[in-house]
Design a protein around this ligand. Structure first.
Ligand code: SF4
Length: 280
């Protein structure tokens, strides 16, 4: 509450007291209130970037979690360099390459997978194996392309050995990188590929069948602070293993296409994320 609001409230309470007492308003010297100290809003959305990052790191330490340092990650290039140098969790010991992600800046859509596999670990690029080829086809069916309007990243940036699920402590350590990417990229829509990505981003224990088929939202904070619509669907690897998932995955893509169409039909010319290419 600021000083002016406190003064108004005090005047009102004093006047109400006078009326109840004898009906005569008494003179009082000027009130001398001071503004309350500013509280950091949820997600630190209106705070300077460097302060937000320090606060996030401090919260992680308070919670007893080891997490990455975002100091100096003010651009996508800074962040990619920090990912490649990161040794915060045990996954750094077995990686060949860290995989920061790739695609244009200010994309129309952002795809988030679980973590790099063998092909991604070998190349340092996300979704480049068989699952990646299927993902590219799925995205092309809704006019999304990683070299044009779609950024692709993962929850953890280093490959879990033998493609096991990333452990909760590895996700907790790495996810500040992803949140920072979302804040910098400001995608208009997020597509979560698979259970691990969906649960990690949305902070839920629900299965992918419960999460898919409808939009959720996610806010990474940042200067804009806007919530981004999130659609969850099956991971392309799961679709390759089970053809029965093709139809519901296609239903999800149709939902995504309808949302993309509504965004692009409202966007002023040149604001559909097809610019500032920055393959990382
Ligand atoms: Fe760092 Fe993330 Fe790689 Fe772990 S997975 S070493 S936190 S970049």
């Amino acid at each position: 509450m600021n000083a002016e609001e406190k003064t108004t409230l005090a005047r009102f309470l004093d006047l109400a007291g006078d009326c109840l007492r004898d009906g005569h308003a008494r003179h009082r010297d000027d009130y001398a209130f001071e503004d309350d100290a500013q509280e950091a809003p949820k997600g630190f959305s209106s705070l300077p970037l460097a302060y937000q990052m320090d606060e996030e790191a401090a919260l992680g330490e308070e919670a007893g979690e080891q997490s990455v340092s975002l100091a100096g990650c003010e651009t996508l290039e800074d962040l990619a360099a920090a990912v490649r140098a990161c040794e915060t969790c045990g996954l750094c010991a077995t990686r060949t390459h860290a995989v920061p992600g790739e695609g244009p800046n200010r994309p129309l859509a952002m795809v988030i997978g679980e973590g790099p596999g063998a092909d991604e670990d070998a190349t340092g690029r996300p979704f480049v194996g068989r699952a990646g080829q299927l993902l590219d086809k799925m995205l092309a069916s809704v006019a999304l392309y990683r070299d044009k309007n779609c950024f692709i990243a993962n929850i953890v940036k280093c490959r879990p050995p033998k493609n096991r699920d990333p452990q909760p402590e590895e996700i907790a350590a790495c996810i500040p990188f992803l949140k920072r990417q979302i804040m910098l990229l400001r995608p208009r829509v997020i597509l979560c590929a698979g259970r691990v990505a969906a649960q990690s981003l949305l902070g839920t224990g629900q299965g992918i069948n419960a999460l898919r088929g409808t939009f959720a939202s996610f806010s990474a904070g940042g200067e804009a602070g806007e919530a981004v619509p999130v659609l969850c669907t099956f991971h392309p690897s799961a679709i390759l293993r089970n053809e029965d998932l093709k139809r519901p995955a296609w239903e999800d893509l149709k939902l995504l296409k309808a949302r993309l169409d509504s965004i692009t039909s409202l966007a002023p010319s040149g604001e559909t994320g097809e610019h500032d290419r920055a393959v990382l």
